[in-house]
Design a protein around this ligand. Structure first.
Ligand code: PGA
Length: 260
């Protein structure tokens, strides 16, 4: 796992955006795995900026989102469909039919989950999966206790996640209790992973995910099993890392990527 520590949120977002651009430079028709939440907002803003400046083209890109709340239609302001449209898709040139987001309103969840997995495979698998991390250590909605080989399915949100996400809803009771989410196994199948985290509230989860044991109690720790995972954090989120100097030493000694 590569750990990159940036001084603030802005630098973290730019470094993550650069990673996406690098993938698209090598493979313009890449399949990108998208994440929602406050953390990747800066990354999406940077990609939109680069796109508007003519520096990155998404016309051949396919996307798969990690998750969606059960019960929220695509036009609900708190749905992840709405979030993605608002913050990313309507500002870039990804063809509509290349955008895949789990349905929060299907009448048959098991069949939909199976279809979603099949669709990812049909598109050749995910080249780069973007991830955030919950304060309970989750990736996507893989709450503590999720199998590390789980696939797309329904999950019940943890109390911690409901509390964390209540800020987006009028009342805590409005936060959906279930979500449809890619599994940890689905995520680990992506060829490359990038996880972004910012702020003190993520320091403990990041320390557990990066330096703790691999455990289903902190599903982000499954990144340790992946051959090509990068964790990009700001200084606050890095606060609990004991090997911080070592990560900074490795990063400083890294040769610059050749320009394509
Ligand atoms: P956040 O959510 O970016 O809004 O903190 C992260 C997550 O729960 O994955």
């Amino acid at each position: 796992m590569e750990v990159v520590i940036k001084r603030d949120y802005d630098q973290m977002s730019k470094a993550a955006a650069q990673l996406v651009v690098d993938v698209l430079n090598t493979k313009p028709n890449a399949v990108l795995g998208m994440a929602t939440g406050s953390t990747p907002l800066g990354l999406y803003q940077e990609l939109v900026r680069l796109h508007q400046a003519g520096q990155v083209d998404f016309s051949r890109v396919t996307t798969f989102n990690l998750d969606e709340y059960v019960g929220l239609p695509a036009n609900h302001p708190q749905s992840y469909h709405y979030f993605m449209d608002e913050h990313f898709f309507r500002h870039v040139n990804i063809p509509r039919h290349n955008i895949n987001i789990p349905s929060g309103t299907t009448s048959n969840y098991p069949a939909f989950c199976q279809w979603y997995e099949g669709r990812i495979a049909e598109c050749g698998g995910i080249d780069l999966q973007i991830l955030g991390i919950g304060s309970d250590g989750h990736i996507a909605f893989n709450e503590p206790g999720s199998s590390l080989s789980s696939r797309t399915r329904l999950k019940t949100l943890s109390k911690q996640t409901i509390d964390d996400n209540a800020r987006f809803f009028e009342r805590r009771e409005d936060v959906p209790v279930y979500a449809i989410t890619m599994g940890v196994g689905t995520i680990l199948d992506a060829r490359k992973l990038v996880l972004v985290a910012s702020g003190k509230t993520k320091a403990k989860a990041i320390a557990q995910a990066v330096e703790g044991p691999v455990t289903s109690m902190v599903t982000a720790s499954a990144l340790q099993l992946h051959r090509d995972a990068t964790v990009i954090v700001d200084a606050d989120a890095a606060a609990g890392l004991t090997m911080r100097d070592y990560y900074e030493f490795i990063y400083a000694a890294k040769p610059a990527a050749p320009k394509s």
